[in-house]
Design a protein around this ligand. Sequence first.
Ligand code: NAD
Length: 340
Amino acid sequence: KPLGVALVGLGKYSTGQLAPALQQTKLCKLAGIVTGTPAKATQWRQQYQLPEKNIYSYQTFDRIVDNPDIDIVYIVLPVGLHAEYVERAARAGKHVICEKPMAPTADECRRMIAAMQKAGKKFSIGYRLHFEPHHQEMMRLGQQQVLGPIKSLVADNGFRFNNDTPWRVDKELAGGGPLMDMGIYCVQGVVYTKGQLPVSVTASFAPKTDPVLFKEVEAGVNWQMQFADGAVAECRTSYAENLNSRLRANTAQGFMELQPAFGYGGIQGRTSKGAMNLSNVPQQARQMDDFAACILQNKPTRVPGEMGLRDVQLLEAIYRAAETGRKVSTKEVVAVLDKV
Ligand code: NAD
């Protein structure tokens, strides 16, 4: 019988991506929802034929402990609320998937990991691209040095933010601006393509084109990640302009590149040898089925909480580099999780 998933927070990502994906999964299915909006509860109950007893508000959420229909709680809330809800789900004894970025600070990430360890349940981050064929090909080509060792990388991801989800420019709810939300894909892509963590980072903030909109968070960041062997990644993120969604690695003998790179579909890849000719797949369905398989077979997830913590530490280092104008060492981050 498929494992039951409860989505916490029925915003754009739950509505547009995760709920439809849960109609395609084989090892798990949508079994419950947690929402603060009664109209959404009614609509989702009808659309997905959910029993009344599997519908929770943020106030009644903790009662999920008594509900055997729910095996997995999926946190799809603004980033500043992730820690609270992961900890509550842990206390309810559920397995948890938490959306990216894991939390505004590394300290919160550590608390979340500790809570999940205490609960003895599985914990993963919503890093969907680890289950996507083009990104898996970048990992293979880079980590196995198929086209030779990587000398440099480029990663860009950003869009012109229209304030449709105001929490994204609220420091407390988002933890930061586009670096937290979009730049994290560049950090992830660079690390799993290079197959290593950087030893240091340098960074600078882009000008605040709209000081009102970007009162609390940055409008954009340009940053570099330096590797032990001398390779450098040049990265860019923004909420002020639509950037190409791009991940590229230049090697001794050639290159490999995804563009568009980071979306839910339409990813295209090529190398110096030609087009990748890989298909686009339902990423979120694969991601959630893999987590269900990890639970059913009691094996570790390839996108654990420790990876979320590690990435938040890298983001913190990038912010520190941009704020101080100095090169910031990331050597201690490697100890958290050296698996890419
Ligand atoms: P959204 O604003 O559309 O949805 C957020 C939901 O949280 C809404 O339903 C809102 O009602 C609810 N909420 C509860 N308490 C709130 C509060 N105090 N303030 C604001 N909203 C509150 O955002 P989204 O785009 O669905 O993003 C949700 C999470 O999913 C974020 O962590 C985001 O980074 C992540 N996300 C991941 C991907 C991905 O590709 N993995 C894509 C989009 C979003």
